[in-house]
Design a protein around this ligand. Structure first.
Ligand code: CAA
Length: 258
């Protein structure tokens, strides 16, 4: 891949968007590469957690690539939006747990790709924002949909309409960032979080993720029905037998399904 790096170690894939000269801005080529990479990861049983980050110390992702968009037609703009829609939806729904390690600017498409991850860990130098309306466009990679779902309608509108850039502490305060850690400790923290998640269970996490993602996009009764069905499905796993037997035998469970 020309614009991405991927390393897999101890069942954790670190995917790095690697265009530091443009602060890791997302052009169409990078979006297509992300889609292909996520397509590969979702099939791999040897990857249980994905950490997504940006190259360099300054920026996670500074948005969609403005130099590509400046002369793009309406049809090309839509095509770019659809490319991001496919790649980010795949990221959002993959069976693995996904963590955005936000190491600097997460603006426009950068904030949007972080919101397609399950968890956002912000370095203390991180800055989040949706500057699109200042460029004469609107957020096009999920910002108008995922931001209100994360921080509420009023705060999302304020961030999008004012284009205010907020720091990591403010992102944490409003629920956009799950944690804030010193920049130098960011990757280590995310890897420890990945190890903790993997030690707690396996297939149960995938099912819970599905129940949350699908449930939040539907009415309460349908979400509760889905949860009951997935709850039943979890009873068919080896992990359920092992997890409950281990509890009753007062020993550590060895959960292995994925
Ligand atoms: N697209 C293309 N190039 C970008 C870029 C972007 N989104 N963001 C930064 N760059 C480039 C700059 O043009 C610059 O390139 P040159 O060295 O060739 O001049 C290089 O990265 C370094 O950037 P700066 O010199 O501007 O660095 P800075 O520290 O002074 O400022 C910044 C950093 C505040 C992030 C500033 O670069 C900036 O405002 N970037 C644009 C942010 C933005 O508007 N993002 C939203 C894009 S639209 C979008 O994302 C739509 C959507 O919903 C998907």
């Amino acid at each position: 891949m020309k614009n991405l790096l991927m390393e897999v170690e101890n069942e954790v894939a670190v995917v790095t968007i690697n265009r530091p000269k443009s602060l890791n801005a997302l052009n169409s080529e990078t979006l297509a590469e992300l889609n292909e990479t996520f397509k590969e990861i979702e099939k791999r049983k040897d990857i249980r957690v994905v950490i997504l980050t940006g190259s360099g110390a300054k920026s996670f992702v500074a948005g969609a690539d403005i130099s590509e968009m400046v002369n793009a037609s309406a049809a090309e703009g839509r095509q770019m939006g659809m490319l991001a829609f496919e790649a980010f939806k795949r990221l959002e729904d993959m069976p693995q747990v996904t963590i955005a390690a936000v190491n600097g600017f997460a603006l426009g498409g950068g904030c949007e790709i972080s919101m397609a991850c399950d968890i956002r860990v912000a370095a203390d130098n991180a800055k989040f924002g949706q500057p699109e309306v200042g460029l004469g466009i609107l957020p096009g990679f999920g910002g108008t949909q995922r931001l209100p779902r994360l921080v509420g309608k009023g705060r999302a509108k304020e961030l999008i309409f004012t284009t205010d850039m907020i720091d990591a502490e403010e992102a944490y305060r409003i629920g956009l960032a799950n944690k804030v850690v010193p920049n130098a400790e960011l990757m280590d923290f995310c890897k420890k979080m990945a190890a903790k998640i993997m030690s707690k269970g396996s297939y149960g996490i995938t099912l819970a993720k599905q129940a949350i993602n699908v449930g939040l996009d539907t009415d309460l009764a349908s979400g509760l029905q889905l949860e009951a069905n997935l709850f039943g499905l979890s009873f068919a796993t080896n992990d359920k037998k092992e997890g409950m037997t281990a509890f009753l035998e007062k020993r550590e469970a060895k959960l292995t399904d994925f």
